[in-house]
Design a protein around this ligand. Sequence first.
Ligand code: NAD
Length: 498
Amino acid sequence: MRDITHFIGGKHVAGTSGRFADGYQPMTGEVISRIPLASKAEVRAAVENALAAWPAWAATNPQRRARIMMKFVELVARDNDELADLLAREHGKTVADAKGDIQRGIEVVEFACGIPHLMKGEFTDSAGPGIDVYSMRQPLGVVAGITPFNFPAMIPMWKFAPAIACGNAFLLKPSERDPGVPLRLAELMIEAGLPAGILNVVNGDKEAVDAILDDPDIRAVGFVGSTPIAEYIYTRGCAAGKRVQCFGGAKNHMIIMPDADMSQAVDALVGAGYGSAGERCMAVSVAVPVGKGTADELMNRLVPRVESLKIGPSTDSSADYGPLVTRDALNRVRDYVEIGIKEGATLAVDGRNFKMQGYEDGFYMGGCLFDNVSKDMRIYKEEIFGPVLSVVRAEGYGEALSLANDHEYGNGVAIFTRDGDAARDFASKVQVGMIGVNVPIPVPLAYYTFGGWKRSGFGDLNQHGPDAVRFYTKTKTVTSRWPSGIKDGASFTMPLMH
Ligand code: NAD
């Protein structure tokens, strides 16, 4: 059993609050670690440490800061196998999937290596007689990130890499369910040359989060997690005068048009619906076949594919997916299947009784597939976050589009079709932040921005891409005039440039 620590000022620091959480290894169900839950005083100590380190970091030239990011990319590549193994053991996803989690995070660190270019200000020569105007972007100070369990490498990197490259000090509060990889990443940042105190990690639960939200020296908070917590953090953080961006839950639809390549659509659905046991914010959880013929063919092909999904321990390289993150998560997903049956949906594949031989205490669940789901059912309206796919049959394209538009979540969506006209119309009209055309999990590349609409995202700016630079910096505009441009005498009217 491993004792997890906090990471403050470049060193591991034991928790002193006396409160701890159990850390599980989902593939065996064993408790493998004891995770300290920080008190308000411990969060404050981390903030003070960051505050002391920040001015020198803000004054470090942007290219030097970027070089540390480049070195970090090398170190993560060096330790990739070890990180992926740790991630899979703490989270439950397969090692191959854990490598994808790390890779999509590293792509944002690579993007952050180019941030000196994006931080450049603007300049207007001779905006008036002898007057020049220029703008500059400056870091905010100490900023914080609160991250979910489901991408313990990618999302911390999405948060801290742009923030630090912009010259901020960063306080990370990772999920208390899988903090091992975020802590390793912080160690690697120090090994890459980051000064102590510029990336501190505090483990904890609501008490630590509230301490972050109330701390007057934290200038901005970025959050990723479920919608109720996203909304809470957004409201409380904004009320405290902070800059806040929060990304929440999802119910991602995949529309299958009658002209779609059905083999590709079915491959896409099983991968995006059941990969990582459905514990992805961009997982497809609703399939919407358009027309009875499309729906019947889809079901005929999907049922055997879902029945033959290969579930295995996280270390099994041939497994399609591994266990869920905790027993609570497993029970919650099972409860939703029960709810779906009671609501009258047709359970075409029931994976609830799946048992993993040799790993009987692990948190495994077979794939479940519901047909004839309707929009008034809870299994349609709520995020299940497990290996459960719902099929909602639509009569026409308009009905399919309305389903995606009327849903309270608006994170990701996909349309499968060969008709360019339909795809273009869909991309233009759908009220969702990230859209795939024949792409089931349209996670934008690092140099675009990631963010959902409606109740999947709170705040104006998205994650990574140019929005990250806007979020983690503030703009200052300087109007300057040198003596040769100054006419004598006071002016009492509104200053004009001519
Ligand atoms: P969660 O909301 O339970 O936890 C997220 C973070 O909030 C954790 O650090 C946790 O410690 C903290 N937290 C939990 N309860 C809190 C409370 N009452 N007060 C203050 N802080 C609290 O989410 P999770 O289960 O870790 O992650 C899964 C959720 O995250 C899903 O809803 C998924 O859709 C969402 N998610 C969204 C995105 C996105 O970009 N939109 C990406 C990944 C995950």
